[in-house]
Design a protein around this ligand. Structure first.
Ligand code: IMP
Length: 177
């Protein structure tokens, strides 16, 4: 399959994402007011959303990252989840919020949640820009969802196809046909 930008059909323009991010940031700020919050970004796909969301969350909180890999390449999950880079600080007794780019099969989030729950945070919630509920293979609680989408492979605004298109300012559907 040759990759080409002409196969990308814009779905969520930058401005629409920003509007939603402002709402999500306000909600998170209200929910965690007065709490010791650690916001955990799941790299790599989250980098654009994470910057915009945290910039729009008017609170003082800790920021840290975890790097996980779930796709071996291409558009289908291998079902395997590898922790490439773990947290650099303790979350014990603190309120932890995982920030994800997209929840698809749920396998990645399920594994990360289990790992983090073992470390006994005061609470553990999940925030995702995109949710594809029709693809779920394991049920995982998702507390904040930017946009619920149909079963499409999407790229842009952090999301990639074989490492490409993460830098696009919008989310688009990648049509391989
Ligand atoms: P899950 O484990 O199947 O829920 O997939 C989670 C991870 O797979 C996400 O963090 C993404 O990195 C990747 N992923 C899932 N769906 C898509 C997509 O439509 N486009 C790009 N990456 C995706």
């Amino acid at each position: 399959m040759t990759m080409s930008r002409s196969r990308i059909y814009p779905m969520l323009p930058f401005d629409q994402i920003q509007e939603r991010v402002v709402e999500m940031g306000a909600q998170i700020a209200a929910d965690y007011e007065g709490k010791d919050l650690v916001v955990i970004g799941l790299l790599n796909g989250v980098f654009q959303f994470f910057a915009d969301l945290t910039r729009n969350t008017d609170l003082d909180f800790d920021i840290t990252f975890m790097q996980v890999a779930s796709y071996g390449g291409g558009t289908e999950s291998t079902g395997e989840v590898k922790i490439l880079h773990d947290l650099d600080r303790s979350i014990r007794g603190r309120h932890a919020l995982i920030v994800e780019d997209i929840v698809d099969t749920g396998l990645t989030l399920n594994k990360v949640r289990k790992l983090l729950l073992d470390r006994e945070p005061a609470s553990l919630k999940v925030c995702t820009l995109l949710d594809k509920p029709s693809r779920r293979r394991v049920q995982v609680p998702v507390d904040y969802v930017g946009f619920t989408i149909e079963d499409h492979f999407v790229v842009g605004y952090g999301l990639d196809l074989d490492g490409k298109y993460r830098n696009l300012p919008y989310v688009g559907i990648y049509n391989p046909a």
